[in-house]
Design a binder for this molecule. Structure first.
Ligand SMILES: Cc1ncc(COP(=O)(O)O)c(C=O)c1O
Length: 447
């Protein structure tokens, strides 16, 4: 049984109407809500005290597990000491401390950190820095941004423009001008049931050459990709793909941005996926795991040369007209520092690396269950594609998510007809077994 506080009930709101819930079918939810009142380590607790295993680390963010004592204590202490300091023209010591710690974790000369509050802001920040970087260096014609089909880069106008998930784009007008997309790296025929990075697909990076031929390199500012496409349903990069993308970007003077909002902080067994693949991007966006989901925080880490390009002109003049009221918020910085300490002290990233084969075997054990069309996994993530119900795309995975929470007491994520599993990185081997046996029962229940 989970080591949890004794069962207690928590009052539920008596009216669910006012809250417009994001990325959620509001009417269905309000008719049968799934409420979570408390959490500890690997478990959530419903208002009536039912323990539910967290198979998704919140939303890919609570990598250290829930309500960890050192992080909670750091947030409390910070709230008592400094609630807020202006983010522009003033700052506070922990902002510098956290930036230095992140720079030390990031590979090579990625050593300057611009703080934001969400992954979406980190992406927009990276895209703006890319445009401005070329501009200040006298290459103002480099305005084109290249994303990838099925990519998810948050919900800002920049992020949905370079993103490649149609439902997130189709209602929102013409988006940013001058954006192009690489093809998705997923091909079921070639890759089905691959463990880790599939063997097939590195050549898809060469599509960037085609895009360069079409537009000319002198018009292209940056390419942005997720090292593992998460939100679309866990698509690991094919072997050699990211290296090839880096080489083509180098050849043409194009900046390469890795969106590591999900892959950062141990999800793929390293501080950043860039390290796993031995590829040095020009910018890394991060969020989620930096505070283990406790306080909103995100940021963009840039290479020294990118930062240095802006450090010119009169010294009293702002170098980059960009930032947020809550950039490097004191509570978030305190949470971030305590989280990085915990990751280090408990060797959380190394642990994830060691568990990866156990996790992959457990994920693949679902092969052969009804409607399972493909299983993908890399690091401590798994995506399970289910056959759609006739005429109702997304319904089978949605039913699975509801059944998992209500009956099997496990949280899974549904995206289209894919189930995504990404537990906190403190998950034990026993809990890995528990997650997959619960998910097996769910898959059978929605057959
Ligand atoms: C790769 C990636 N980028 C950006 C985002 C957006 O982050 P947020 O929801 O914090 O804005 C996400 C969210 O899941 C993501 O997975």
């Amino acid at each position: 049984m989970p080591s949890a506080p004794a069962t207690r009930t928590v009052a539920v709101p008596n009216d669910l109407e006012a809250f417009w819930i994001p990325f959620t079918p509001n009417r269905a939810f309000k008719a049968a809500p799934r409420l979570i009142a408390r959490a500890k380590d690997m478990h959530y607790y419903t208002p009536d005290g039912r323990a539910v295993l967290d198979g998704t680390a919140g939303m890919w963010c609570t990598n250290a597990g829930h309500n960890r004592d050192p992080i909670v204590a750091a947030i409390k202490a910070q709230a008592e000491e400094l609630d807020y300091a202006p983010a522009f023209q003033f700052s506070h010591p922990k902002a510098f401390e956290l930036a230095s710690r992140l720079a030390a974790l990031a590979p090579a000369d990625l050593d300057h950190v611009f703080f934001c509050n969400s992954g979406s802001e980190a992406v927009d920040t990276a895209l703006k820095i890319a445009l401005a970087y070329h501009n200040v260096r006298g290459e103002a014609a480099r305005t084109r941004l290249i994303g990838r089909e099925r990519g998810y880069h948050g919900v800002g106008f920049g992020g949905i423009s370079v993103g490649g998930i149609v439902a997130n784009r189709k209602l929102f007008g013409s988006l940013l001008a001058g954006v192009d997309h690489l093809p998705t790296t997923y091909n079921r025929e070639q890759q089905a049931f691959s463990k880790g990075e599939p063997d097939w697909g590195a050549h898809l990076a060469d599509e960037l050459e085609r895009i360069v031929t079409l537009h000319d390199a002198s018009t292209i500012a940056a390419v942005i990709v997720e090292p593992m496409a998460g939100s679309t349903g866990v698509i690991p990069a094919p072997k050699g793909y990211l290296q090839r993308l880096r080489a083509i970007c180098d050849k043409h003077g194009i900046l390469l941005i890795f969106d590591e909002v999900i892959t950062g902080f141990g999800r793929l067994g390293h501080a950043f996926a860039a390290e796993r693949y031995g590829v040095i991007p020009d910018m890394i966006t991060f969020a989620k795991g930096v505070t283990s989901g406790t306080v909103p925080m995100a940021g963009t880490i840039v290479r020294k040369g990118v930062y240095d390009a802006f450090m010119r002109g009169p010294e009293h003049v702002v170098e980059l007209f960009h930032g947020y009221t809550y950039s490097a918020h004191p509570l978030a910085c305190a949470a971030g520092l305590a989280t990085l300490d915990l990751y280090r002290d408990e060797q959380v990233f190394e642990r994830a690396r060691k568990l990866e084969p156990v996790w992959a075997d457990a994920a693949m054990s679902l092969k052969g269950l009804p409607n399972v069309l493909d299983i993908r996994c890399v690091g401590i993530t798994a995506g399970i594609d289910l056959a759609s119900r006739p005429g109702a795309v997304g319904k089978r995975a949605y039913d699975a998510m509801v059944h998992a929470f209500n009956t099997e007491n496990v949280v899974v994520r549904a995206t289209g007809d894919t189930l995504a599993l990404t537990p906190p990185l403190i998950v034990s081997e026993r809990e890995i077994g528990e997650i997959f046996s619960k998910v097996a029962a769910v898959i059978k229940a929605v057959a």
